[in-house]
Design a protein around this ligand. Structure first.
Ligand code: NAD
Ligand code: AKB
Length: 318
């Protein structure tokens, strides 16, 4: 049987998809990587290869696209993130878990070969050790988003063990990038703050100044995702989801770092409901298992991420 060369990215118009589609197209060829989403994609994504409207909850349409494009790999990014999910509890649970089920079922039926599905630091909760959170530890999430991600992790491990499905996953920390806007998460402040800084405006932060969270720059997140997916199967020993880390900071530390480039930049703090979500998450992660299994190592630091973000956003503004 001919190899399945198609790659389908579901949720391609979001913060990660906007960048991941372009990286996958470089790797696998523009015409082989199909971007799909409920909403239209960036011009760069639409102009560089195929784009299809898709509601992942529509199983017939999902099946049709997989056959039409000879899809071997699916990257399932469609989800409702932590802050939005607290406002839309049942829709979030349904999308975040059934969307995954439908894709896992395609693999169980032999229609696709490999799945990438992101989990999150949100699987941890207030009882988890906060510093250097281990790969395996107490995970008692208190948000609908975290509960849905933890359930998803367990289903990934189950489908791998029971049916041999090649599903791979990372627990992303908060992701920071300049191409796509964040979509309703608790770590969104760390992107919004850059947009305000570059446009010469003050920023009102919805988390307190001393809330320390793990974060990662998007180029590292894309590299981690693609390395995980390309690693030989025998190296992938964790089939729930791998901790991956880069750096941690508080809003105050990020503001100080931005001020090294834009001295007059001002930030005020007005915590809202997202503070409680952030308070339940780790401050830093131990990613030594990912390092040992498939060679993960971040490249960007807080300092290099900040100067790169400011460079690109300033260039885009002129
Ligand atoms: P996002 O909200 O920016 O993008 C999600 C995309 O999914 C959107 O374009 C949306 O239109 C699409 N979508 C929603 N419902 C859909 C449906 N029914 N069918 C098809 N598409 C649908 O999210 P993101 O930041 O790009 O995150 C992608 C994945 O990574 C999610 O699973 C998220 O939980 C996970 N993650 C993200 C971060 C982060 O910091 N961005 C951190 C941890 C985990
Ligand atoms: C969110 O804040 O919801 C996401 C995440 C860490 O999963 N960025």
């Amino acid at each position: 049987m001919a190899a399945k060369t198609g790659v389908l990215v579901i949720g391609a118009s979001g913060q990660i998809g906007t960048e991941l589609v372009l990286a996958l197209r470089e790797q696998y060829g523009n015409q082989n990587v199909v971007a799909a989403d409920l909403k239209t994609a960036s011009e760069e994504v639409k102009e560089s290869g195929p784009f299809e409207l898709l509601d992942v909850m529509d199983r017939d349409r999902l099946h049709q696209l997989v056959v039409q494009y000879n899809v071997g790999q699916v990257y399932l990014l469609a989800a409702l993130l932590s802050a939005t999910a607290e406002q839309k509890v049942m829709p979030a649970w349904n999308l975040n878990t059934y969307g995954l089920f439908y894709v896992l079922e395609l693999a169980r039926e032999g229609l696709i070969d490999k799945i990438y599905w992101p989990s999150s630091i949100a699987v941890f909760g207030p009882n988890t050790p906060k510093l250097n959170t281990p790969q395996s530890t107490i995970a008692e999430p208190s948000t609908v988003y975290g509960i849905s991600k933890l359930a998803g992790e367990r289903w990934c491990a189950y489908y791998h063990k029971r049916y041999g499905v090649d599903v791979r996953s990372l627990r992303y920390p908060g992701l920071i990038g300049y191409k796509g806007k964040p979509g309703g998460g608790t770590t969104d402040y760390a992107v919004d703050i850059f947009h305000k800084a570059v446009s010469g405006q003050a920023y009102e932060c919805f988390l307190s100044k001393r809330t320390r969270l793990p974060m990662m720059y998007m180029p590292d997140a894309i590299r981690a995702t693609m390395s995980l997916m390309e690693a030989p199967e025998e190296q992938i020993k964790i089939r729930s989801s791998y901790n991956v880390a880069a750096f941690s900071f508080t809003p105050e530390e990020l503001a100080i770092e931005i001020r090294n480039h834009i001295p007059g930049f001002s930030v005020t703090y007005k915590p809202d409901f997202r503070q409680e979500i952030a308070d339940g998450w780790p401050s830093s992660l131990d990613d030594s298992v990912a390092a040992a299994d498939w060679g993960w190592k971040n490249e960007f630091t807080l300092e290099t991420m900040t100067s790169d973000m400011l460079y690109h956003l300033s260039a885009m503004a002129t």
